[in-house]
Design a binder for this molecule. Structure first.
Ligand code: EPU
Length: 454
């Protein structure tokens, strides 16, 4: 298992490029199961989740090339009739995205329920209700979703859930509808740019779709879809993570291919905090060198501040003098990063889906544990701003959504290294550079233990 060793205190400076968007690449890869011809995908990020999705497609008898220079060739001509096994689907929530494509093309799908998740309860009831409305017979057997139909029938679908629309649910229904008989109208469709990217891919494959990017999407079902090439959009969450990291370290970076129009809410929070944001032909320039101030925001579905940026922004706010407020209306329990940020000296009170951050207390390096993908990114950001060395464990979470983040950060001047636990002859906690460990009588250095706000 790998750890990340971060020695903080250096402002990020320089230019960086982001990879293709994970949350576009995964549903688009899954959607190739609805297509009998060769599909060529470009800008596919080399992530653990992408490798898991590749294994899932292979398990469905699709021919899938290995990923080379971001390019993946998928031919699902011989696919179908296989179970999407628990061992693969449980590793990655996006595994559920094979349900719609398999059902609509083959009339049968058997896909493991995705299971629990450490960012909160994540049901798939809206996906299943929609497929039933389209004429499928859906039942749960031994932890698997078994869905069957003659041919799906176009229908009026409403994807509104208690926490907004569902992103992967919209993807599943949209793909299912491309081969259904007649017209499907999705009300309360997710507006996320990754849904729009999937729609653009499906159009390239011959699907007839209107209204993507709005809350009402109309799909005219076709007899079949055809092969195509498609380039996935740049990752707005990776770009936002780097932007937040630059501001947190009081640095200045340029993200050359940032998808700025899909990042507006996050950039607005950064502006409220006092960062300078400037879009030019060379890319998105973000600077945190001025005076920063506390703020408040609520993570909401697009075009709101993404829940996938909530943890990273909270890490920034721990470094900004004053009282900030953060809430998450999409995943109200997504606060696993709070206790780890507090180990680094942050002062945060979190209850009932809201957190109050008493910012400006100095962060100090500590041993911390990544609990999920975006929580890991928040810990990296806090560690970049902390004094001393932070060791972040369980960074396999980070590798699910960021391509070699440590290399990109080093390119911007950070002191970040990946260390394999098996290669460490001396446990990291006995190493000489583990200098932020407080001695027994020492007070005030390293991680704070007093968790009451001032
Ligand atoms: N929900 C339901 N019923 C459903 C589906 C969802 O009540 O049938 C609820 C969820 O519990 C949640 C809310 O609706 O409270 C939104 O969930 P959604 O279905 O939109 O999430 P998702 O599609 O499973 C995608 C991203 C997540 C991102 C969310 C929200 C992918 C592969 N995953 O998940 O990305 O947080 O949308 O934007 O696209 C990440 O990248 O770190 C990540 C977790």
């Amino acid at each position: 298992m790998d750890l990340l060793q971060v020695s903080g205190g250096r402002p990020l400076v320089g230019t960086v490029r982001v990879d293709g968007a994970k949350n576009s690449a995964l549903p688009i890869m899954a959607a190739t199961l609805a297509i009998g011809d060769m599909v060529e995908l470009r800008s596919i990020p080399d992530l653990v989740d992408v490798r898991t999705m590749r294994s899932l497609l292979l398990s469905q008898n699709a021919d899938v090339s290995s990923l080379q220079d971001g390019c993946l060739r998928i031919h699902a001509g011989r696919a179908g009739g296989k179970v999407a096994h628990y061992d693969l689907v449980r590793q990655m929530r996006a595994g559920i995205c094979v349900l719609g494509p398999l059902l609509t093309r083959f009339g049968r799908a058997c896909v493991s329920l995705p299971g629990g998740c450490n960012i909160g309860h994540r049901p798939v009831d809206l996906h299943l209700k929609a497929l039933v409305a389209m004429g499928a017979d859906v039942r749960i057997e031994n932890g698997y979703i078994v869905a069957e139909c003659e041919r799906l029938q176009g229908a009026q679908i409403d994807l509104e859930g208690p926490f907004g629309s569902t992103v992967t649910g919209t993807c599943n229904v949209m793909v299912a509808a491309t081969l259904a008989r007649g017209r499907t109208v999705i009300q309360n469709a997710a507006l996320e740019p990754e849904v729009t990217d999937l729609a653009a891919f499906l159009q390239r494959a011959g699907a007839v779709i209107h209204g993507h990017g709005t809350s009402v999407i109309e799909i005219e079902g076709q007899e079949e879809l055809s092969g195509c090439s498609y380039t996935v959009m740049p990752d707005r969450i990776e770009a936002a993570t780097l932007a937040v990291a630059a501001v947190t370290t009081r640095g200045e970076i340029c993200i050359s291919n940032a998808p700025v129009s899909s990042m507006q809410a996050t950039l607005d929070v950064l502006s409220q905090v006092g960062a300078c944001i400037d879009e030019s032909t060379s890319g998105l320039r973000v600077s945190g060198t001025g005076q920063l101030r506390a703020t408040r925001f609520v993570a909401r579905p697009f075009p709101g501040v993404p829940t996938d940026c909530q943890a990273q922004l909270m890490a920034l706010l721990t470094t900004v003098e004053g009282q900030s407020e953060v809430a998450d209306a999409v995943f109200p329990e997504r606060f696993m990063h709070v206790s780890e940020l507090m180990r680094m000296g942050a002062q945060i009170v979190q209850q009932h889906g809201e957190a109050t951050i008493y910012g400006g207390r100095p962060l100090g390096g500590a041993d911390v544990m990544a609990s999920d993908l975006r929580a890991s990114a928040a810990l990296v950001i806090a560690a970049l701003a902390a004094s001393g060395t932070t060791w972040i464990q369980r960074i396999y979470h980070l590798d699910r959504g960021y391509v070699r983040l440590e290399d990109k950060l080093r390119g911007l001047g950070a002191d970040v290294h990946r260390v394999s636990q098996s290669e460490l002859r001396t446990p990291h906690y006995l190493m000489s550079d583990h200098r932020n460990r407080p001695s027994i009588n020492e007070k005030g250095s390293g991680a704070a233990t007093d968790q009451t706000p001032e």
